[in-house]
Design a protein around this ligand. Structure first.
Ligand code: ADP
Ligand code: MG
Length: 545
């Protein structure tokens, strides 16, 4: 009777212990999860913002040598891997350690020898997870890459649909798509196979340990050297060990992945920011009063492998004047502007604004002084208004309208139903090339800068509209220093000085009439454009007849 009672107590005793252990574990798991996960999410956001901010200040040459897709994966996938290591990784390690120590202690307390025997098979769990985990990760990564290839392919195909249809390339496109799509399927199948082997294998491995315990422990129970309660409890503790042992294998994989990701992120963070962000505090220079631009014996090449894009450029642009630059494509016109804006780094003491070496100027002072319309316009998705203001938060509607009207953008805007609030789509796809250029011009005008740089800003605008813009712009340019790059004689003929660039060198300079009189390169350009215009006029006369 008494014995029966005792057996009843011990039968309840061990399961109760397991229940309590599970409850304690549950409570701690909850609080760790809240703390560590919260911490890792914060760390992830911090790191992501740090990398992004750092990217903003890297020199343009950096982006020529690093693929966009690669940088994007560092900002997303790599940072995610670091977060998983910090979050789940550290959580699981702590969790696993405590569970292992606790379970093992309890198991040893019940029966050290049985513990030893059952532990023979358990490390296999860690090894299996580690082996499969590595392969599964590799293949899911490759599936992920394949998926982004698919979306890139579809995106390009949709964007180029007009060309595809006109050149009857539909079938080729379909064949190309089928190839990457079936690649993706193959990888997914292989991934499914790996998972398919993994889970049953895990069961087998943990089953081996269970079998050993069942066999040895069962015998002891039959022999009476172990109570049924102890036996059940032992099995319970053994079951609690499966997950932490899996976690160890998983965490080791994650550790390798996380540290590799961290070093890739570190590479980005270690890259030197562009020197334009060094220099004195912005307040020290007031370029808004400054206007004279001075190039002194400027020679520049884009890199050790490239020849010089500019050679011995010496050019002074006095305050308030218009300097025009003409020349064939590739002659170095845009390079001159890139250097003036310090998008690339000129040598010291080669470019001066109001006598100050621009390498000594902090970037904000420089960019504030210069209104710039680039050759290839980039607009951000958003409204026309956002794109004109682009970060300026002071301008009122009247100023926006004035700038747009000066850029001859207003008539186009007024035709849109949304007016200035019209969403222009990704990269401004809903605007024509000329409208984009005029939006960019309005963006430069509204800044009211003392220096205006127009790099082929009218290339997509028809000659008539360009004439209108120039007429309006002349008032605006009065009192400002303007660098005007164009391939049209009509655009540059009124400039105070015209410079002809060829292969990075100034080969002619002077006013329109002087250059014509020289009968050199400028004159040749003029004559060619005259001829074209005459032919166009003839066409126009012939047309209606
Ligand atoms: N980012 C760059 N990296 C390397 N070479 C460049 C780069 N930009 C321009 N170049 C080269 O420099 C020369 C001048 O180019 P650029 O200034 O753009 O000419 P332009 O504006 O007169 O058409 C060209 O030979 C061009 O190939
Ligand atoms: Mg150019």
């Amino acid at each position: 009777m008494v014995e029966k009672k005792l057996a009843g107590i011990s039968l309840l005793y061990y399961p109760a212990l397991i229940l309590i252990a599970a409850m304690i574990q549950g409570f701690f798991r909850y609080s760790w999860r809240i703390n560590i996960n919260g911490f890792s999410r914060k760390a992830e956001a911090d790191l992501r913002e740090r990398v992004f901010s750092h990217l903003q200040k890297l020199p343009l040459s950096y982006f020529q040598h690093h693929k966009t897709g690669d940088l994007m994966s560092r900002l997303t996938i790599d940072i995610q891997a670091v977060r998983e290591l910090l979050g789940f990784g550290s959580l699981a390690s702590v969790d696993a350690m405590i569970t292992i120590v606790f379970s093992l202690a309890c198991m040893i307390a019940i029966d050290p020898w049985l513990t030893l025997w059952s532990m023979l098979a358990m490390p296999m769990i860690t090894i299996t997870v580690r082996f499969f985990g590595r392969h599964i990760f590799r293949w899911s990564h490759s599936v992920q890459e394949q998926l982004s290839d698919i979306s890139a392919y579809v995106q390009e195909n949709l964007a180029g649909m007009r060309v595809v249809q006109v050149y009857a390339q539909e079938d080729n496109q379909i064949a190309g798509f089928r190839k990457i799509s079936s690649d993706c399927m193959r990888k997914n199948m292989w991934l499914a196979t790996l998972w398919g082997i993994f889970w049953p294998l895990m069961r087998v491995v943990s089953g081996i340990a269970a079998t050993i315990v069942l066999w040895l422990g069962g015998r002891q129970v039959l022999q009476g050297t172990m109570s049924l309660g102890e036996f059940v409890a032992f099995n319970g503790y053994l079951g609690m060990l499966t997950w932490p042992l899996m976690a160890i294998g998983y965490v080791v994989n994650q550790y390798q992945r996380g540290t590799a990701a961290l070093s890739r992120i570190g590479e980005v963070l270690d890259a030197e920011p562009s020197p334009r962000y060094n220099g004195a505090a912005a307040g020290e220079f007031n370029l808004l009063a400054g206007r004279t631009i001075d190039f002194r014996d400027l020679t520049f090449s884009y890199g050790p492998g490239n020849g010089p894009a500019l050679k011995n450029i010496t050019l002074e642009i006095p305050a308030g004047t218009v300097c025009a630059i003409v020349g064939e494509t590739g002659s170095g016109k845009s390079t001159l502007v890139n250097l003036l804006l310090r998008l690339y780094e000129p040598a010291d003491k080669t470019i001066f604004i109001d006598g100050i070496d621009i390498n000594r100027l902090p970037a904000p002072a420089l960019t504030e002084a210069i209104g710039y319309v680039s050759q290839d316009i980039f607009l951000f998705s958003g409204t026309i208004r956002d794109n004109i203001l682009f970060g300026m938060n002071t301008a009122d509607m009247a100023a926006i309208e004035k700038a747009s009207s000066m850029a001859q953008l207003l008539p186009a805007v007024q035709e849109f139903t949304g007016k200035f609030e019209t969403i222009i789509g990704e990269r401004g796809v809903r605007l024509s090339g000329g409208q984009k250029q005029r939006t960019a011009l309005a963006r430069a005008i509204i800044k009211n800068p003392p220096i205006l740089v127009l790099d082929d800003a009218f290339s997509s605008v028809d000659a008539e509209t360009e004439e209108k813009i120039l007429t309006q712009l002349r008032q605006f340019m009065a009192g400002r220093t303007t660098l005007l790059i164009s391939h049209r004689i009509a655009t540059v003929r009124d400039a105070d000085i015209i410079v002809y660039l060829r292969h990075g060198e100034i080969i002619e300079r002077g006013r329109h009439q002087e250059l014509l009189a020289r009968r050199g390169a400028y004159y040749e350009l003029y004559r060619r454009q005259q001829l074209v215009r005459q032919v166009e006029n003839l066409d126009r006369l012939d047309g209606p007849l």
